[in-house]
Design a protein around this ligand. Structure first.
Ligand code: FAD
Length: 690
């Protein structure tokens, strides 16, 4: 009988595993202490690295670089999947590169036999992600120039491109569109088509899978690549460090970097280095039993962190203990959860995404997004390691049949461990190399919250208004619990000394690594935004913020009330707020009264309660009812702000505003839409939506 592909893969992996086993400890050969350099990010002692991508590719013998511009980790994940696939299917020598880590003025010397891939997310209002700002400005700049000054500058460049966007935003996938146009203008040659994934339609993963196959075909033809039998090759080597225990001082138990491990957290605090901030106060602000909304006061005094009204705070979550246990159990690692492991990239261009030595428990609890949706491609990769034939067949089918995958996995909102539990029928998946999880599961992403306090009023105390995510999913015994917001809920319960601090049995480890978060601390950093009040407080403003979309507007109104109290002239401050019922989820209902005292007629709150009357009323309906006033304020150059739900509300408000202007000004709707557009480009219309 012939061996099928999967058998070959399994044999190959067993062989690799055996070699790794027998060479344990000496496998790395070269460095004296293989762990010494394994993770240096964010501690300020990074070894000097080249920012020259051509040089980097030459010295590491690569012929394909996959750049990513990523905000929430998805683009980064797609980039590493492309790199892995390029290597395993076509023998390309691939590397993944953060756009932020390189300069691009020598892109013109990338030799013709190499290829560059760009995986680019578009953020917010058509903006580049934080790590892609410099690259974007360079490549789309008016006077872009390169080291070699040949003509056309990028005549040698072969590239492929995929964008991650959301069609509910106006500038849909503008990053990939603009970058690809800029590269072509400079003579770059696009292979295949520039793919576009749509998060708004919920088809990102499928768009990516549908784009990449024809891309590989086109690329293989262009570069003369031969497809070969794909074999799983681990990117990371894992060694158990028998001399160390979880109590050894050099072992990371979830500390984000060396300074935190050594107990001296030091700034600057940023996306690579969180500040472990005390929560000064936490309370529930809904008055209904089955839903929660948290108001937190996070103390940043002494951290050197600063914020401005309208900025975002990022919260670094911890996975629920219940899900950590599920993951370790189904992968057969439960009894080894506290074993100390060293993780080393087997390829010099790969980065270990967390500091080591560490434990399985710490990696799964603090560094892997284990609760996120599962990718179909990852399921296909894991088929080779199934515990039995039936599970292997099921995994293969799930991996290749998109509708079947949807029905069995996506529709139930399963995470990876739940999927493996169900498919394995109770058997553990002990054959999966841990490296496959490091590669296939995203790293934990901080979640952003629109700061709901004014920096003028409380410079060192950041308010957060967060609704706790809990989703009932048909066909599942338990509700889907949002990672971060339920963690924050647990912290609040603990701080409040509530009799049942863990209502959903999620068992968060709220004390943090080595009890460092004791006394209610949470790791955070601040992200600056462009969502800003007019610098002149006498300018009128109109704000539309239903639900937690009111968060930044609490900050705006708080700031204007303080300015009015201080004797400044404050312009009209009009707020549209919406929720279900006045008696249940009317956020900050009593605070608005206080602001009214300070602002008098300058402040007007207009509410829409969708479930209080016979008819559902939303903010856009109230906007319409007040169209005369809205239009007049706009004629006085009022700033218009929208915050909250990107999928529906923000778009409907946009449409309604155009309608209002058209009716009030007696102009065609198309003309009014043009006006809204120009308001957006002049920053007179600002959105903070998610
Ligand atoms: P997650 O665990 O991240 O889950 C969120 C959702 O993802 C779930 O509801 C579900 O739809 C989906 N999901 C999760 N797991 C799966 C799975 N296995 N399968 C399928 N689907 C899944 N929120 C606020 O409450 N207040 C704010 O002021 C605020 N401001 C924001 C500002 C910005 C700029 C952005 C980008 C977001 C903001 N958010 C705000 C949203 C916030 O960042 C979080 O997304 C939200 O709190 C949920 O986080 P979580 O970790 O609790 O849930």
């Amino acid at each position: 009988a012939q061996l099928d592909t999967l058998d070959i893969i399994v044999l190959a992996v067993l062989l690799v595993g055996t070699v790794a086993y027998f060479t344990k400890g000496t496998y790395w050969g070269l460095a004296k202490d293989p762990y010494a350099t394994s993770y240096t990010a964010a501690n300020g002692n990074k070894p000097a690295k080249t920012r020259n991508i051509v040089e980097k590719m030459e010295e590491s013998n690569k012929n394909c670089v996959v750049f990513y511009g990523s905000q929430t980790g998805t683009a980064e994940d797609y980039a590493s999947r492309l790199a892995k696939e390029g290597k395993s299917r076509f023998g390309l020598e691939t590397m993944v590169a953060d756009l932020e880590d390189y300069d691009f003025d020598n892109l013109d010397s990338l030799p013709e036999d190499k290829v560059a891939m760009f995986v680019l997310a578009t953020y917010g209002e058509g903006e580049p992600t934080d790590n892609a700002v410099d690259f974007y400005e360079f490549i789309t700049g008016e006077d872009v120039s390169f080291a070699n000054a040949s003509e056309p500058a990028l005549g040698n460049l072969k590239y492929v491109a995929f964008g991650l966007g959301n069609n509910t935003y106006e500038h849909y996938n503008s990053m990939v569109r603009n970058v690809s146009a800029a590269l072509q203008k400079l003579g770059g040659q696009l292979i295949g088509t520039a793919g576009e994934g749509d998060d708004g339609a919920g088809t990102m993963e499928e768009d990516f899978l549908a784009w990449k196959d024809p891309m590989w075909t086109a690329l293989a033809e262009k570069m003369g690549l031969e497809e070969r039998e794909a074999v799983y090759e681990p990117v990371f080597g894992i060694t158990e460090r028998e001399g160390l225990t979880k109590d050894s001082p050099e072992v990371y138990l979830g500390e984000p970097n060396k300074m935190h491990l050594e107990g001296t957290q030091k700034g600057p605090f940023n996306a690579h280095n969180p500040y472990i901030a005390p929560i000064a106060e936490s309370k529930e602000i809904f008055t209904v039993k089955d839903r929660n909304c948290l108001h937190l006061e996070i103390d940043i005094s002494g951290s050197n962190l600063s914020y401005q009204t309208g900025d975002h705070i990022a919260v670094w979550p911890t996975n629920a203990g219940k899900e950590v246990d599920r993951f370790l159990n189904v992968t057969g690692l439960l009894s080894k959860r506290d074993s100390v492991i060293g993780v080393k990239a087997l390829d010099p261009t790969a980065k270990v995404p967390f500091p080591t030595p560490t434990t399985y428990d710490a990696v799964v609890r603090y560094h892997m997004e284990i609760c996120a949706p599962v990718s179909r491609q990852f399921i296909a990769t894991l088929a080779a390691f199934a515990p039995n034939e039936a599970a292997k067949a099921e995994m293969t089918k799930l991996g290749s049949d998109k509708d079947y995958f949807h029905e069995k996995i996506s529709n139930k909102y399963y995470n990876i461990a739940q999927a493996l539990e169900e498919i394995g029928g109770g058997q553990q998946w002990t054959e999966i190399p841990f490296s496959a999880f490091i590669e296939g599961v995203n790293k934990v992403q901080p979640r952003y919250y629109s700061i709901s306090s004014s920096s003028l009023v409380q410079k060192n105390m950041i308010s957060v208004t967060a609704v706790v995510e809990s989703l009932d999913v048909p066909g599942r015994p338990d509700a889907l619990k949002g990672v971060t917001t339920n963690y924050l809920l647990a912290l609040k319960q603990k701080q409040g000394g509530e009799p049942n601090p863990d209502p959903h049995g999620l068992t968060y480890d709220i004390m943090g690594p080595r009890n460092k978060y004791d006394g209610c601390h949470v790791p955070v950093h601040v992200r600056h935004s462009n969502f800003k009040l007019p610098s002149d407080p006498s300018k009128p403003i109109i704000m539309v913020g239903p639900g937690t979309g009111v968060a930044p507007f609490r900050a705006f109104v708080q700031e204007r009330a303080a300015q009015a109290k201080a004797g400044e002239t404050v312009g009209k401050t009009l707020l549209f707020f919406g929720c279900r019922k006045a008696s249940e989820d009317f956020l900050y209902s009593s605070e608005w009264e206080e602001y009214k005292q300070a602002l008098g007629d300058k402040f007007e709150l207009i509410t829409a309660f969708s479930r209080d009357g016979p008819k559902k009323v939303y903010v856009q309906h109230r906007l319409k009812e007040h169209q005369k006033e809205v239009n007049e304020l706009l004629l006085q150059k009022a700033y218009f702000y929208v915050c909250g739900d990107a999928a529906n509300m923000a778009r409907e408000v946009n449409t309604m505003l155009a309608k209002i202007m058209s009716e009030e000004r007696g102009i065609p709707e198309t003309k009014a839409e043009e006006i809204v557009k120009s308001m957006r480009s002049a920053n007179q219309y600002q959105e903070d939506v998610w």
